[in-house]
Write a protein that binds this ligand. Structure first.
Ligand SMILES: C[S@@+](CC[C@H](N)C(=O)[O-])C[C@H]1O[C@@H](n2cnc3c(N)ncnc32)[C@H](O)[C@@H]1O
Length: 205
């Protein structure tokens, strides 16, 4: 059977309201990830959420006093349709890595998106070089990685491409992309779940 496009699968999920369960399931990890970065912004900041799904993280970020711009991008038509219905934020329908924003951001956030790409390490380089302002920060979380053994069956179960790497490989990829002050940390740990692998890095000023 031909491998399916992740964005088609997630459009089906959106039509069946499975984005809501995902929002609930990811909330603890996203909360921990945002706690790692939001306090670093003492002046107004802009943010883009990559693989934003129904836009729930953008809507939360918009409510933070210091956040003057929150943008979402996702390749699923149905997810972006939902994001636009649920709020009046700026959302783009686009297949990555074949799109780039017209402005650079202080913060890039991403939850459960990177490993759907065939070359996520190249995406990290693009984020660094083309999407972030000098001194900007990337925080990205993934649940599919080598050490999370329960996730290793997901590509077959969903019939979707997933790029599988270990914690050390992700750390090296962040450094190779140019990021400094790289932190790789497990967050959102709960019973029966080894945690979301959160990667944090900063672009040189
Ligand atoms: C697991 S969902 C996570 C959604 C959201 N971040 C959340 O936590 O609820 C992954 C999202 O990434 C999007 N996605 C996957 N591959 C993509 C690609 N190549 N370009 C754009 N979006 C993509 C999917 O459409 C989906 O909405």
């Amino acid at each position: 059977m031909t491998v399916r496009k992740a964005t088609d699968v997630f459009s089906e999920w959106a039509l069946r309201d499975r984005d809501e369960g995902m929002e609930e399931g990811h909330a603890k990890s996203v909360n921990d990830m945002l706690k790692m970065v939001i306090p670093k912004f003492t002046s107004p900041f802009s943010v883009i959420d990559v693989g934003c799904g129904n836009g729930w993280v953008c809507r939360y970020l918009e409510s933070i006093e210091n956040c003057y711009k929150a943008v979402g991008v996702d390749g699923s038509k149905e997810m972006i349709l939902k994001a636009k219905i649920k709020g009046d934020g700026e959302f783009h329908l686009a297949q990555l890595p074949f799109w780039k924003p017209s402005i650079k951001f202080d913060l890039i956030h991403s939850m459960e998106f990177l490993y759907y790409l065939h070359d996520p390490f190249e995406m990290l380089k693009i984020f660094y070089e083309e999407w972030l302002k000098p001194g900007g920060i990337l925080i990205a979380g993934i649940d599919h990685y080598s050490e999370n053994t329960i996730s290793l069956g997901w590509p077959k179960a969903l019939n979707v491409n997933m790029s599988t790497f270990s914690e050390n490989e992700w750390r090296k990829a962040m450094l190779d992309a140019g990021f400094i002050d790289v932190k790789i940390q497990r967050v959102g740990i709960k019973e029966g779940f080894v945690g979301t692998l959160a990667m944090l890095g900063q672009k040189l000023n």
